[in-house]
Design a protein around this ligand. Structure first.
Ligand code: BGC
Length: 404
């Protein structure tokens, strides 16, 4: 899809069109998510870009007859497509050092493949990102069981997580940013989790190539546990272009949480110093990925939660920067979350083709899922993931696209 969208299909704010709210129906806009635009702008590209535009197209229909849409929004340089299925990032098109634009995110071009094959490509993950041991936890004296879907453990919210739900979508457009606010209400007891959880995740792209994700959740009735993230997989040389071993990673993490054979944290917070987990200085991902380190053997590569460095006064911290030296694309991540799962695509096995008709094999992409730590409901020394009625969960992650 070209970066400049055909005009007639571009959705606009009521103000820009000079229409009353009634005329724009479901496509009314709201103010972009709160934040510090100047700080955010400083993270992305130094260049100003074109107009912010967004359009909506049909993408498919679920077997139950629910229509799924794709929203495509652009600043004239970076273009992002997102599905109402799973509030999923389907495509991320960014230019390389020489201005050649390519899709750098793994995905599919049709709904049945998302439903049947996707290992969470671009999905919004909930209620609980990563694993809960044996799918079980106790909260306020009551034990809850999530259906297990990863050996004996629950992964990414159980068998039918937020990634397999159709979300409500509302266009968000200001003079600084454009995107979509997705919302989903999860009933009390869904996937075994207590309390009715209302979640809104707002994805906005600004003029400086920052994709900002604002998570917000409240629970009614009972306390619950929540850990929201996005599972976008990137290959900065282009989706389907082979291994990410040559990507250079800088990761602001003094420690990580080692895991057992089922990838459940042991509870230890281990320093990265002197191990293949130390990316505090920019290092090629492939440099040590096959080292004889027991944690790399268990994970078949990197599949670990990193404990990120301290946050700045605005709550955001620099988490990581990925750089692909040949074409020069970079993605820089800032987050309010205390941790991030760095996953080097170890379980991709080439058994299906993605959006560009290429097979995805082990190590062909990375995911960097900002999060609270895995299995926190069973780990008293980890930051709490409990959300109680009357509290509001807020969390922000920013992916900034650039070149070097
Ligand atoms: C997990 C991996 C898993 C991947 C895709 C990551 O968050 O840590 O173990 O294979 O998601 O499901």
């Amino acid at each position: 899809m070209p970066a400049n969208l055909p005009r007639r299909q571009v959705l606009r704010t009521a103000g820009a069109l000079g229409l009353g709210a009634a005329a724009t129906g479901a496509l009314q806009t709201t103010a972009a998510a709160a934040g510090s635009p100047d700080r955010v702008a400083a993270m992305g590209s130094p260049h100003g870009h074109g107009r912010l535009e967004i359009r909506k197209d049909p993408f498919g229909t679920t077997p139950e007859g629910v229509k799924v849409e794709v929203y495509t929004f652009t600043n004239g340089r970076v273009t992002i497509s997102m599905l109402t299925w799973g509030a999923t990032i389907q495509r991320v098109e960014t230019p390389d050092r020489r201005g050649r634009t390519e899709n750098i995110s793994l995905g599919f071009d049709n709904l049945p493949d998302y439903a049947a094959l996707s290992p969470y490509f671009g999905s919004t993950i909930g209620r609980y990102g990563n694993r809960i041991a044996k799918g079980r936890f106790t909260l306020d004296g009551q034990t809850y069981q999530i259906p297990v879907n990863n050996g004996e453990n629950a992964l990414h919210g159980g068998t039918i997580g937020f990634d397999k739900k159709v979300w409500k979508a509302k266009v968000v457009q200001t003079d600084k940013a454009v995107g979509v606010a997705f919302s989903y209400v999860s009933p009390d007891g869904e996937m075994g989790f207590p309390g009715e959880l209302t979640t809104t995740v707002t994805y906005t792209l600004d003029k400086r190539d920052n994709l900002r994700i604002d998570y917000r959740a409240t629970v009614a009735g009972k306390a619950t546990v929540v850990n929201l993230t996005n599972h976008v997989y990137f290959n900065l040389a282009g989706e389907g272009s082979g291994s990410i071993d040559g990507h250079v990673l800088q990761l602001n993490a003094p420690s990580y949480t080692p895991v057992d054979a089922g990838l459940i944290p042991t509870g230890e917070i281990a320093p990265v110093a002197g191990t293949p987990f130390d990316f505090n200085k920019p290092t090629r991902i492939g440099k040590r990925i096959r080292d004889d380190h027991p944690q790399l053997v268990i994970g078949r590569g990197y599949d670990h939660n990193f404990v990120l460095g301290k946050a700045d006064s605005d709550g955001l911290r620099f988490a990581a920067r990925f750089w692909e030296p040949e074409e020069g694309r970079t993605v820089t991540v800032h987050t309010t979350e205390p941790g991030a799962q760095f996953y080097s695509g170890n379980f991709l096995d080439g058994t299906f083709q993605g959006i560009g008709n290429k097979s995805y094999r082990q190590g062909d992409a990375f995911a960097f899922e900002t999060q609270h730590f895995p299995d926190s409901p069973n780990q008293p020394n980890f930051p709490s993931t409990v959300l109680r009625p009357g509290q509001t969960l807020t969390s922000t992650t920013i992916y900034s696209f650039g070149t070097k």
